[in-house]
Design a protein around this ligand. Structure first.
Ligand code: AMP
Ligand code: GLY
Length: 422
């Protein structure tokens, strides 16, 4: 089988490595992929948002199955366009990807169907939003409606900060048209848990839970990033929390989407907060998380391609999706300065014996040398019997990888280990 994976980061590298385990796979194309995955896939110089070119490539190369991994192409209708040419895909159609593409849509969906989430108001008028903030409780959370490269959420500690956020989104268009509508919502507290779930619109198969580390610095200091490391499973996601989530969040969400005529097929990502009043949805993503995928898929014991195809064909209920009882930790190595400005073009060396543990996010091949080419350069994952060993192994692998100006957090997993030791 010829497989095509749309996207080019560490998440896509993890998906590609797992799909490769299926014996019927003859070739995997990555559009655009990155130089660090050249040993695992054929790189194709087509960007993830170039829908017409993606479809043309798939048709010309007789692709048997496509995986569309990032949010942008999903929201832009990449799956719809591929399916129109008869190419089976993993990923939701545009009318379901809106669950991530519009925060106003997802908040209204949760309200309509009684799915637990923060209280909120929607505004399309800046003056009305500013007037509301005069009396709104703080801290408060301001969210741009549309996709904003993960930056469209501002936690405002004071009314002044909240107003500044509203002006930057609605007047200064900090996130372009994504800020035409905004959501102002209640500030929730509690540990966060990421749960990715396979769903074909009938069955929901949650994957092992995980914990992201979003801030750039140790002890959750510094700027928000795309994610500096992950661990799985997340110790806050106990069996009773999982049961509650299935009953009050996962199944109601799938049913709500069906009821709206927007059946969701693919990987639905539930960003949850375990509040004193129970689990609530912070956000939905219409795709695998990055870097959650880099700890979740290494723990998957079932064959990924088989599960994906069952999702596409609406047969997920016939399978048992199995995960290992082990633990995984992924440490992201980034370029110093990320998430702001950083230098790139430094030579990257990954010893051959640890290549299996490395998911490359930002690198380019030049004259057969691998050079850094992004803020987040790579993730190093270790799977062990318990979380403590996984974290230790991951850090010992990190020390074997070299590039100038590398930086990484030194406390990935520390919070989770403290919970386990309690
Ligand atoms: P993202 O949408 O991935 O940029 O993440 C936004 C982050 O902001 C989440 O991971 C939470 O940590 C935080 N957040 C979002 N909404 C709320 C909320 N209502 N209350 C508290 N924290 C929030
Ligand atoms: N790690 C968070 C995300 O993928 O959105």
């Amino acid at each position: 089988m010829k497989i095509m994976v749309v996207g080019g980061g560490g998440r896509e590298h993890a998906i590609i490595k797992k799909i490769k385990e299926n014996k019927s796979v003859t070739e995997i194309f990555a559009l655009p992929g990155n130089g660090g995955m050249a040993k695992d896939a054929t790189l194709v110089d087509i960007g993830a948002k170039e829908i017409d070119k993606i479809v043309e490539f798939a048709v010309t190369n007789a692709i048997d199955y496509a995986v569309v991994a990032p949010d942008d192409p999903l929201v832009l209708g990449c799956v719809d366009a591929l399916e129109a040419k008869g190419i089976p895909c993993f990923g939701p159609r545009a009318n379901a990807a809106i669950i991530e593409g519009s925060k106003v849509f997802s908040k209204n969906l949760m309200k309509k169907y009684g799915i637990p989430t923060a209280e909120y108001e929607v505004f399309n008028d800046m003056q009305a939003a500013l007037a509301y903030l005069e009396t709104a409780p703080v801290p408060t959370v301001i969210k741009a409606d549309g996709l904003a490269l993960g930056k469209g959420v501002i936690i405002a500690q004071t009314r002044e900060e909240a107003k500044a956020a509203v002006v930057s989104m609605m007047q200064d268009k900090a996130f372009g048209s994504s800020g035409d509508n905004i959501v102002i919502e209640e500030f929730l507290t509690g540990p966060e848990v990421s749960v990715l779930a396979f769903t074909d619109g009938k069955t929901v198969a949650p994957m092992v839970s995980s914990m992201d580390h979003k801030r750039a610095g140790d002890n959750d200091t510094g700027l928000n990033t795309g994610g500096m490391g992950t661990i799985a499973p997340n110790p806050y996601y106990t069996a009773s929390v999982a049961a509650e989530c299935m009953e009050k969040i996962f199944l109601p969400t799938i049913n709500a989407m069906n009821n709206e005529g927007r059946t969701f097929k693919g990987c639905l990502y539930f960003g949850l907060m375990i509040t004193p009043k129970g689990p609530k949805v912070i956000e939905y993503n219409c795709r695998f998380g990055d870097p959650e995928t880099q700890v979740v898929l290494p723990l998957l014991e079932s064959d990924l391609l088989t599960v994906m195809m069952a999702v596409t064909e609406g047969r997920l209920g016939e399978l048992e999706v199995k995960f290992s009882n082990k633990s995984a930790a992924c440490v992201i190595m980034a370029s110093a300065g990320y998430p702001q400005s950083y230098e790139k073009g430094f030579e990257l060396t990954i010893p051959a014996e640890i290549e299996n543990n490395v998911y490359v996010a930002g690198a380019v091949l030049k004259d057969s040398k691998l050079l850094t080419n992004g803020g987040r350069v790579l993730g190093v994952t270790a799977v062990e019997e318990n979380l403590k060993s996984a974290v230790e192994s991951s850090y010992s692998l990190v020390k074997k990888i070299h590039f100038d100006n590398a930086f990484y957090r030194s406390d990935i997993g520390a919070k989770a280990l403290a919970v386990l030791e309690d």
